[in-house]
Ligand binder design. Structure first.
Ligand code: GZL
Ligand code: ZN
Length: 370
């Protein structure tokens, strides 16, 4: 769609706005929590790598508000289809940026390939779309193409994961605090072990992804506070079930004294459980190995309810509503926040009480929006 270009002051405020995970801005029911109104913002800052120190205002060419009721064209360069979390995130964007809602969505599954994602964004620029959303496969390597989008006057929203780029090169960022998620897992484990030793194996997410980097950094922050914890090994399972199984099988060949396995998403945890089943290793609240997972997808929380995954740290994929809120504000010529934090919570198996997590029940599972 030919973009009518008018210069529009895009004043990006630098205040992080905190929004509850469940309040995706879409009509999906809030998952387990009331929206956290801005005035009740918690103290936790947005993670450094994504806290956009955007200038007080950044001059950007932006499309004229669709005053004529025309459709708004949005490009979305999605990570891929590696996990259940990603599938829920993709559906949420497709449901939100629908033709019925007045959008023309150009959705591209970049299949976990950074080079494909860069070229996809270049394609969006050439098509002169009104807005570009990017869920970056990896944090590095974004400055050049983001500069091209800025020069073309197309507002860019960095969604879900973060980029390691000058924040003035994009309009806004939104997503979770991955470091906080890693720390939540570590804090819960310290509470659960209550001084006990930990020999830990970590199945990391995709190499270079901010979700991987943040969760690893956050968890290791807590490991360093516990002298009797040891991370025996940490390998990437690429956020897939096959990857989780493959890495767990190799771990089992190399290590016999581990009592904790940290999987950086649910699909890796499913693969790790398959590998441990095949090796006759028990896990869960009644097993020899404690599994910690991330994402808190429906199936992941079912395993948590069943006591197989002992702790599951949420990462809410229903984020398209936050992106739409930004676009609506830009269409109206309003200032937008530089960063929107999607707040997470953690869940633990029944029978466990924790100050860091919600105890799972069938009611909690039934109340989930994804
Ligand atoms: C987290 C997201 C991660 C999920 C994985 O916000 O980027 O990517 O944890 C997904 O399931 O692959
Ligand atoms: Zn999250």
């Amino acid at each position: 769609m030919k973009k009518k270009v008018v210069s529009l002051l895009v004043a990006a405020m630098t205040v992080a706005s905190l929004t509850a995970c469940g309040n995706s801005g879409s009509d999906a029911p809030a998952a387990n929590q009331e929206p956290a109104p801005a005035e009740k913002q918690e103290a936790d800052p947005a993670p450094a790598e994504s806290q956009a120190e955007a200038p007080a205002e950044s001059q950007a060419e932006a499309p004229a508000p669709a005053a004529d009721g025309g459709t708004i064209s949005v490009g979305f360069a999605q990570v891929g289809h590696e996990s259940d979390w990603r599938a829920a995130n993709t559906k949420n964007y497709q449901d939100t940026f629908s033709a019925a809602n007045g959008y023309e969505l150009s959705f591209v599954d970049c299949d976990n390939d950074h080079a494909v994602q860069i070229e996809t964004v270049r394609g969006f620029i050439e098509q002169e779309l009104d807005y570009i959303c990017i869920a970056p496969i990896q944090s590095a390597g974004w400055d050049t193409v983001l500069q091209e989008a800025k020069d073309a006057g197309i507002p860019v929203l960095i969604v879900d994961r973060a980029v390691d780029a000058d924040p003035s090169l994009y309009t806004t960022a939104l997503g979770c605090d991955m470091v906080a998620e890693g720390e939540a897992a570590g804090n819960w484990l310290a509470e659960y072990l209550n001084g006990g030793d930990a020999n830990i194996l970590v199945i990391e997410g995709s190499v270079g992804a901010s979700a991987t980097l943040g969760r690893t950094e956050g968890f290791n922050n807590i490991v360093s506070q516990n002298a009797n914890w040891k991370v025996l090994d940490s390998q990437s399972g690429d956020f897939t079930q096959a990857g989780g199984q493959e890495v767990m099988e190799s771990f089992i060949k190399s290590y016999s004294d581990f009592n904790v396995v940290v999987c950086q998403n649910d699909n890796e945890a499913y693969g790790a459980m398959d590998a441990m089943d095949a090796a006759g290793i028990t896990y869960g609240v009644d097993g020899d190995v404690t599994i910690i997972s991330f994402d808190a997808t429906h199936d992941g929380l079912q395993y948590t309810l069943d006591g197989k995954i002992t702790c599951n740290v949420e990462c809410n994929p229903l984020q398209a509503g936050f992106a739409e809120d930004v676009i609506k504000k830009l269409q109206a010529g309003e200032a937008v926040d530089a960063w929107t934090l999607v707040v997470d919570e953690a869940f633990v198996a029944p029978g466990i009480t924790s100050k860091y997590a919600v105890t799972m029940s069938q009611e909690v599972l039934d109340g989930r929006a994804y």
